[in-house]
Design a protein around this ligand. Structure first.
Ligand code: ATP
Ligand code: MG
Length: 293
Protein backbone atom coordinates (compact mmCIF):
# COMPACT_ATOMS: atom_id res chain seq x y z
CA UNK A 1 0.00 0.00 0.00
CA UNK A 2 1.22 3.48 -0.83
CA UNK A 3 1.85 5.58 2.26
CA UNK A 4 -0.82 8.20 2.95
CA UNK A 5 -0.89 11.46 4.82
CA UNK A 6 -3.53 10.01 7.11
CA UNK A 7 -0.94 7.45 8.32
CA UNK A 8 0.69 10.31 10.20
CA UNK A 9 -0.49 12.43 13.09
CA UNK A 10 0.93 15.96 13.22
CA UNK A 11 2.35 16.91 16.58
CA UNK A 12 3.92 20.35 16.15
CA UNK A 13 5.33 22.77 13.59
CA UNK A 14 9.11 22.45 13.08
CA UNK A 15 9.70 24.91 10.29
CA UNK A 16 8.26 26.74 7.37
CA UNK A 17 10.14 27.64 4.20
CA UNK A 18 9.57 28.49 0.56
CA UNK A 19 9.42 24.84 -0.39
CA UNK A 20 7.16 23.39 2.25
CA UNK A 21 5.97 23.19 5.81
CA UNK A 22 7.68 20.75 8.14
CA UNK A 23 5.86 19.13 11.07
CA UNK A 24 6.97 16.83 13.80
CA UNK A 25 4.66 13.86 13.27
CA UNK A 26 4.03 10.36 14.56
CA UNK A 27 3.24 7.35 12.42
CA UNK A 28 -0.14 6.18 13.76
CA UNK A 29 0.51 2.44 13.46
CA UNK A 30 4.19 2.22 14.47
CA UNK A 31 4.28 5.30 16.78
CA UNK A 32 7.64 6.20 15.18
CA UNK A 33 8.40 9.93 15.11
CA UNK A 34 9.23 11.63 11.79
CA UNK A 35 9.65 15.06 10.26
CA UNK A 36 6.83 15.38 7.74
CA UNK A 37 7.58 17.87 4.96
CA UNK A 38 4.33 18.93 3.26
CA UNK A 39 4.46 20.60 -0.14
CA UNK A 40 2.01 22.98 -1.77
CA UNK A 41 0.03 21.29 -4.57
CA UNK A 42 2.10 22.59 -7.49
CA UNK A 43 5.48 22.82 -5.73
CA UNK A 44 8.00 21.87 -8.44
CA UNK A 45 10.83 21.16 -6.00
CA UNK A 46 8.96 18.26 -4.36
CA UNK A 47 9.77 15.65 -7.01
CA UNK A 48 13.38 16.82 -7.29
CA UNK A 49 13.91 16.62 -3.56
CA UNK A 50 12.44 13.10 -3.40
CA UNK A 51 14.60 11.97 -6.34
CA UNK A 52 17.83 13.29 -4.81
CA UNK A 53 17.10 11.93 -1.32
CA UNK A 54 16.51 8.47 -2.84
CA UNK A 55 19.73 8.73 -4.83
CA UNK A 56 21.57 9.79 -1.65
CA UNK A 57 20.01 7.10 0.55
CA UNK A 58 23.45 5.76 1.57
CA UNK A 59 25.27 9.07 1.81
CA UNK A 60 26.52 9.90 5.31
CA UNK A 61 25.41 13.20 6.81
CA UNK A 62 22.34 13.49 4.59
CA UNK A 63 18.89 13.40 6.19
CA UNK A 64 17.19 10.00 5.67
CA UNK A 65 14.04 9.69 3.61
CA UNK A 66 11.58 7.15 5.03
CA UNK A 67 8.57 7.52 2.75
CA UNK A 68 7.35 9.47 -0.25
CA UNK A 69 3.66 10.22 0.14
CA UNK A 70 2.03 10.59 -3.28
CA UNK A 71 -0.61 13.16 -4.03
CA UNK A 72 -3.93 11.86 -5.38
CA UNK A 73 -4.23 14.90 -7.67
CA UNK A 74 -0.83 15.82 -9.09
CA UNK A 75 2.39 14.12 -10.20
CA UNK A 76 4.50 15.68 -7.42
CA UNK A 77 4.61 14.02 -4.04
CA UNK A 78 2.34 15.56 -1.41
CA UNK A 79 4.83 15.03 1.39
CA UNK A 80 8.05 13.36 2.49
CA UNK A 81 8.49 11.50 5.76
CA UNK A 82 12.02 12.30 6.89
CA UNK A 83 14.16 11.19 9.78
CA UNK A 84 13.43 13.53 12.70
CA UNK A 85 16.65 15.33 13.62
CA UNK A 86 16.07 16.38 17.23
CA UNK A 87 18.22 19.48 17.49
CA UNK A 88 16.59 21.16 14.50
CA UNK A 89 18.57 23.42 12.17
CA UNK A 90 21.77 25.33 12.90
CA UNK A 91 19.84 28.55 12.27
CA UNK A 92 17.43 27.53 15.02
CA UNK A 93 20.35 26.54 17.26
CA UNK A 94 21.93 30.00 16.84
CA UNK A 95 18.60 31.63 17.70
CA UNK A 96 18.04 29.31 20.65
CA UNK A 97 21.49 29.99 22.10
CA UNK A 98 21.20 33.72 21.56
CA UNK A 99 24.92 33.94 20.79
CA UNK A 100 27.46 32.88 18.20
CA UNK A 101 29.32 29.55 18.21
CA UNK A 102 32.97 28.79 18.98
CA UNK A 103 35.48 27.26 16.60
CA UNK A 104 35.34 23.77 18.05
CA UNK A 105 31.65 23.09 17.33
CA UNK A 106 32.02 24.91 14.01
CA UNK A 107 34.81 22.48 13.08
CA UNK A 108 32.37 19.62 13.76
CA UNK A 109 29.83 21.22 11.43
CA UNK A 110 32.49 21.79 8.76
CA UNK A 111 33.91 18.27 8.85
CA UNK A 112 30.57 16.47 8.74
CA UNK A 113 29.10 18.73 6.06
CA UNK A 114 32.23 18.25 3.92
CA UNK A 115 31.97 14.47 4.28
CA UNK A 116 28.36 14.69 3.10
CA UNK A 117 29.30 16.98 0.22
CA UNK A 118 32.17 14.71 -0.84
CA UNK A 119 29.77 11.78 -1.27
CA UNK A 120 27.03 13.91 -2.86
CA UNK A 121 29.43 15.38 -5.40
CA UNK A 122 30.66 11.88 -6.24
CA UNK A 123 27.01 11.13 -7.13
CA UNK A 124 27.02 14.32 -9.26
CA UNK A 125 24.58 16.03 -6.91
CA UNK A 126 25.02 19.74 -6.19
CA UNK A 127 22.99 21.06 -3.25
CA UNK A 128 22.95 24.74 -4.28
CA UNK A 129 21.24 25.95 -1.09
CA UNK A 130 23.59 25.29 1.81
CA UNK A 131 22.90 27.63 4.73
CA UNK A 132 22.36 27.27 8.49
CA UNK A 133 18.61 26.61 8.14
CA UNK A 134 19.33 23.66 5.81
CA UNK A 135 21.85 21.96 8.09
CA UNK A 136 20.28 19.88 10.86
CA UNK A 137 21.94 18.74 14.05
CA UNK A 138 21.14 15.78 16.28
CA UNK A 139 21.50 15.43 20.04
CA UNK A 140 24.88 13.71 19.65
CA UNK A 141 26.17 16.60 17.56
CA UNK A 142 25.72 14.75 14.27
CA UNK A 143 25.14 17.03 11.30
CA UNK A 144 22.71 16.18 8.47
CA UNK A 145 22.42 18.07 5.19
CA UNK A 146 18.73 18.72 4.42
CA UNK A 147 16.45 20.53 1.96
CA UNK A 148 17.34 19.38 -1.55
CA UNK A 149 14.61 21.51 -3.10
CA UNK A 150 17.24 23.48 -5.05
CA UNK A 151 19.48 20.49 -5.67
CA UNK A 152 20.43 19.15 -9.06
CA UNK A 153 21.85 15.96 -10.52
CA UNK A 154 24.41 17.01 -13.15
CA UNK A 155 23.92 14.79 -16.17
CA UNK A 156 26.72 16.47 -18.10
CA UNK A 157 29.77 18.11 -16.56
CA UNK A 158 28.90 21.58 -17.78
CA UNK A 159 25.20 21.45 -17.05
CA UNK A 160 24.55 25.05 -16.17
CA UNK A 161 23.87 25.78 -12.55
CA UNK A 162 23.18 29.40 -13.24
CA UNK A 163 19.44 29.43 -12.61
CA UNK A 164 18.47 31.46 -9.57
CA UNK A 165 17.51 28.52 -7.44
CA UNK A 166 18.41 28.45 -3.81
CA UNK A 167 18.78 31.38 -1.50
CA UNK A 168 20.44 34.26 -3.35
CA UNK A 169 22.23 35.48 -0.23
CA UNK A 170 24.39 32.34 -0.11
CA UNK A 171 24.98 32.08 -3.88
CA UNK A 172 28.59 32.17 -5.06
CA UNK A 173 29.76 35.01 -7.36
CA UNK A 174 30.04 32.78 -10.45
CA UNK A 175 26.38 31.77 -10.16
CA UNK A 176 25.43 35.36 -10.99
CA UNK A 177 27.70 35.38 -14.03
CA UNK A 178 26.70 33.32 -17.07
CA UNK A 179 30.16 34.00 -18.58
CA UNK A 180 31.57 31.72 -15.92
CA UNK A 181 29.81 28.67 -17.35
CA UNK A 182 32.48 27.66 -19.78
CA UNK A 183 35.95 26.19 -19.88
CA UNK A 184 37.08 24.68 -16.60
CA UNK A 185 34.02 25.79 -14.69
CA UNK A 186 33.50 23.63 -11.59
CA UNK A 187 29.81 23.37 -10.69
CA UNK A 188 30.61 21.87 -7.27
CA UNK A 189 32.59 24.90 -6.11
CA UNK A 190 29.34 26.79 -5.47
CA UNK A 191 28.56 24.51 -2.51
CA UNK A 192 31.99 25.27 -1.00
CA UNK A 193 31.31 29.03 -1.13
CA UNK A 194 27.94 28.60 0.59
CA UNK A 195 29.47 26.37 3.26
CA UNK A 196 32.15 29.00 3.98
CA UNK A 197 29.52 31.68 4.34
CA UNK A 198 27.38 29.47 6.59
CA UNK A 199 30.34 28.65 8.88
CA UNK A 200 31.28 32.30 9.14
CA UNK A 201 27.65 33.07 10.04
CA UNK A 202 27.84 30.56 12.92
CA UNK A 203 31.01 32.30 14.15
CA UNK A 204 29.67 35.86 13.82
CA UNK A 205 26.10 35.11 14.90
CA UNK A 206 24.68 36.97 11.90
CA UNK A 207 24.76 36.76 8.09
CA UNK A 208 28.33 37.82 7.15
CA UNK A 209 27.49 40.13 4.23
CA UNK A 210 25.16 42.31 6.29
CA UNK A 211 25.56 44.13 9.60
CA UNK A 212 23.81 42.37 12.50
CA UNK A 213 20.06 42.87 12.42
CA UNK A 214 19.91 44.43 8.94
CA UNK A 215 17.34 43.07 6.50
CA UNK A 216 18.70 42.02 3.10
CA UNK A 217 18.23 44.34 0.16
CA UNK A 218 18.54 42.01 -2.83
CA UNK A 219 20.32 44.42 -5.20
CA UNK A 220 22.83 45.58 -2.58
CA UNK A 221 23.51 41.99 -1.61
CA UNK A 222 24.17 40.87 -5.18
CA UNK A 223 26.55 43.84 -5.60
CA UNK A 224 28.37 42.88 -2.41
CA UNK A 225 28.75 39.24 -3.53
CA UNK A 226 29.90 40.04 -7.06
CA UNK A 227 31.88 43.26 -6.69
CA UNK A 228 32.78 43.51 -2.99
CA UNK A 229 35.65 41.92 -1.12
CA UNK A 230 34.95 38.39 0.09
CA UNK A 231 33.93 38.43 3.76
CA UNK A 232 36.60 37.31 6.23
CA UNK A 233 36.74 35.84 9.71
CA UNK A 234 37.70 38.55 12.24
CA UNK A 235 41.25 38.95 13.56
CA UNK A 236 40.23 37.41 16.90
CA UNK A 237 39.69 34.03 15.21
CA UNK A 238 42.48 31.44 14.95
CA UNK A 239 44.76 31.48 11.93
CA UNK A 240 43.43 28.06 10.92
CA UNK A 241 39.81 29.18 10.91
CA UNK A 242 40.61 32.42 9.10
CA UNK A 243 42.47 30.53 6.40
CA UNK A 244 39.78 27.85 6.11
CA UNK A 245 37.08 30.47 5.57
CA UNK A 246 39.28 32.38 3.11
CA UNK A 247 39.82 29.18 1.07
CA UNK A 248 36.03 28.63 0.89
CA UNK A 249 35.26 32.26 0.10
CA UNK A 250 37.73 32.60 -2.75
CA UNK A 251 35.75 34.70 -5.23
CA UNK A 252 37.23 32.98 -8.29
CA UNK A 253 35.65 29.53 -8.38
CA UNK A 254 38.77 28.06 -9.98
CA UNK A 255 40.93 29.16 -7.03
CA UNK A 256 38.52 28.05 -4.33
CA UNK A 257 39.54 25.00 -2.26
CA UNK A 258 37.99 21.67 -3.21
CA UNK A 259 36.03 19.56 -0.73
CA UNK A 260 38.94 17.09 -0.53
CA UNK A 261 41.45 19.88 0.19
CA UNK A 262 39.23 21.29 2.93
CA UNK A 263 38.92 17.89 4.62
CA UNK A 264 42.74 17.93 4.92
CA UNK A 265 42.86 21.54 6.12
CA UNK A 266 44.45 22.01 9.60
CA UNK A 267 41.25 23.63 10.94
CA UNK A 268 39.66 20.18 10.64
CA UNK A 269 42.52 17.71 10.34
CA UNK A 270 44.39 18.87 13.47
CA UNK A 271 41.37 18.54 15.71
CA UNK A 272 39.87 15.55 17.50
CA UNK A 273 36.68 14.92 15.54
CA UNK A 274 34.83 13.27 18.42
CA UNK A 275 35.70 16.03 20.83
CA UNK A 276 34.51 18.65 18.34
CA UNK A 277 31.25 16.74 17.86
CA UNK A 278 30.74 16.54 21.64
CA UNK A 279 31.12 20.32 21.89
CA UNK A 280 28.37 20.68 19.27
CA UNK A 281 26.18 18.22 21.20
CA UNK A 282 26.70 20.36 24.32
CA UNK A 283 25.32 23.40 22.46
CA UNK A 284 22.27 21.40 21.35
CA UNK A 285 21.65 20.39 24.99
CA UNK A 286 22.14 23.98 26.16
CA UNK A 287 19.67 25.35 23.60
CA UNK A 288 17.12 22.68 24.55
CA UNK A 289 17.46 23.64 28.21
CA UNK A 290 17.07 27.35 27.43
CA UNK A 291 13.99 26.49 25.36
CA UNK A 292 12.42 24.59 28.28
CA UNK A 293 12.73 27.50 30.70
P1 ATP B 1 13.53 27.03 2.86
O1 ATP B 1 12.77 27.40 1.68
O2 ATP B 1 13.42 28.00 4.01
O3 ATP B 1 14.97 26.72 2.60
P2 ATP B 1 12.05 24.52 2.89
O4 ATP B 1 10.63 24.94 2.83
O5 ATP B 1 12.63 23.97 1.66
O6 ATP B 1 12.96 25.67 3.49
P3 ATP B 1 13.32 22.72 4.76
O7 ATP B 1 14.53 23.56 4.70
O8 ATP B 1 13.44 21.32 4.31
O9 ATP B 1 12.11 23.42 4.04
O10 ATP B 1 12.78 22.70 6.26
C1 ATP B 1 12.40 23.91 6.92
C2 ATP B 1 12.80 23.85 8.39
O11 ATP B 1 12.15 22.74 9.04
C3 ATP B 1 14.29 23.62 8.62
O12 ATP B 1 15.01 24.83 8.61
C4 ATP B 1 14.30 22.95 9.99
O13 ATP B 1 14.20 23.92 11.01
C5 ATP B 1 13.02 22.12 9.97
N1 ATP B 1 13.28 20.74 9.53
C6 ATP B 1 13.29 20.29 8.26
N2 ATP B 1 13.54 18.97 8.17
C7 ATP B 1 13.73 18.54 9.44
C8 ATP B 1 14.04 17.26 10.02
N3 ATP B 1 14.22 16.18 9.26
N4 ATP B 1 14.17 17.19 11.36
C9 ATP B 1 14.00 18.30 12.13
N5 ATP B 1 13.71 19.52 11.65
C10 ATP B 1 13.57 19.67 10.31
MG1 MG C 1 15.26 25.17 3.89
Amino acid sequence: DAPRLSDYEKISLLGQGNGGTVYKARHRRTSQPYALKLFAAEEPSAAREAEILMLAADVPHVVRLHAVIPSPAVEQPAALALELVRGGSLAGLLRGLGRSMGERPIAAVARQTLLGLEALHALRVVHRDLKPSNLLVGVSGEVKIADFGAGKVLRRRLDPCASYVGTAAYMSPERFDPEAYSGDYDPYAADVWSLGLALLELYLGHFPLLPAGQRPDWAALMCAICFGEAPEAPAAASGEFRDFVARCLEKKAGQRASVAELLDHPFIAQRDAEEAQRSLAALVAEAAQLGDQ
